[in-house]
Write a protein that binds this ligand. Structure first.
Ligand code: TYM
Length: 327
């Protein structure tokens, strides 16, 4: 059975891009693959975090993943720091990644340009991400388009490790959807929607008030011409709305474009589709939030299941790289 692994950082409220670009695929992958999903709290530490807030956000993110439909009976759901193998394999990855290839990561360049304090962890972030993936003999990694370069590096590191030290890791494939893999900011449609971006009117949060969601969509920036057409270069605003509607309905953006002649009608349809996508998630989240001990139990058993896979894979890597076994 195909093994699927993916992760999400507890660094801010989950936004529509996370849901449409990645999380909805996590849910559907459960029908056909052996699925493992992780809240990557160690990755959150690459930028300064308030400790109490980080703990709260980590638990809430796990609850949200359950609310969108991650089913603990079919998937392994766990917190990255609960499985210590991640940190250890990350070191082996760091020692096989070059300074030059880490320096070329566009996410590092973007984030370090804006940051006052650039941690060493922010620089080596992709080595930890490679460790996350490789620890589970992962075949496929469902992510949004912004993770493409990190996935490419994970593959390169797996191939390099295998050629230097003998067959150790499965070389994973990125699974990046055709539609919804780059949801754009509603006010700045040439920039991706982001939970850390300072654009509250352009960002839809999964747990946001639904009236506010509809208003933001109706106020989304469109383009100067008036026709509805899917053309991301010439009409980024309208194309973003069509892509969001497509991700919510399953109809292609090109076909949807033929059904609308006015921006107003398109925006109303998008607002309704997004609100109806979010409503059941919000209801389920409220139920789960009322029972944090239920989620904690799911995460404890998830960490145990994850560790049972990660332990032997790490052992394989330790042996092949030449670390002396403990007797
Ligand atoms: P993170 O936490 O930033 O985002 C989680 C997932 O959401 C996708 N995403 C988007 N998709 C479409 N449009 C957008 N505007 C948008 N914004 C975010 C991301 O591509 C991602 O799939 N480095 C990862 C976390 C990670 C990971 C891993 C992922 C750590 N280890 C191992 C996969 C496998 C990250 O920062 O995602």
């Amino acid at each position: 059975m195909t093994r699927v692994f993916s992760g999400i950082k507890p660094t801010g409220p989950v936004q529509l891009g996370n849901l449409l670009g990645a999380l909805r695929h996590w849910v559907s992958d459960q029908d056909e693959a052996d699925t493992i999903f992780c809240v990557v709290d160690l990755h959150a530490l690459t930028v300064p975090q308030d400790p109490a807030e980080l703990r709260t956000r980590t638990l809430e993110l796990a609850q949200l993943l359950l609310a969108i439909g991650i089913d603990p009976a079919r998937s392994t759901l766990f917190i990255q720091s609960h499985v210590r193998e991640h940190a250890e394999l990350s070191w082996l990855m760091e020692c096989n990644a070059s300074f030059g290839e880490l320096r070329r990561m566009t996410q590092f360049k973007d984030k370090s340009d804006q940051a006052e304090f650039v941690s060493a962890g922010l620089f080596t972030y992709p080595a930890l991400m490679a460790a996350d993936i490789l620890l589970y003999d992962t075949d496929r990694v469902p992510v949004g388009d912004d993770q493409r370069q990190h996935l490419e590096l994970s593959r390169d590191l797996a191939i390099r490790f295998n050629s230097r030290y003998g067959d150790t890791f499965i070389v994973p494939e990125a699974a990046i959807a055709k539609v919804g893999a780059r949801v754009m900011d509603l006010q700045h449609p040439t920039k991706k929607m982001s939970k850390s971006e300072d654009s509250p009117q352009g960002t839809i949060l999964v747990l946001e008030d639904l009236d506010a969601v509809a208003k933001k969509i109706k106020r989304a920036v469109t383009d100067t011409e008036t026709d509805v057409r899917f053309d991301t270069a010439e009409k980024p605003g309208v194309s973003n709305l069509l892509a969001i509607l497509s991700a919510c309905t399953g109809t292609t953006p090109e076909t949807l474009a033929e059904s609308y002649t006015r921006y107003g009608d398109l925006k109303s349809a998008v607002a309704e589709a997004v609100v109806e996508t979010l409503r059941p998630i919000q209801e389920r989240f409220a139920e789960l939030a009322a029972d944090p001990s239920g989620t904690a139990a799911i995460l404890a058993s998830g960490a145990e299941k994850a560790q049972a896979i990660a332990g032997p894979v790490l052992e394989r890597a330790r042996t092949n790289i030449g670390l002396l076994p403990q007797s």
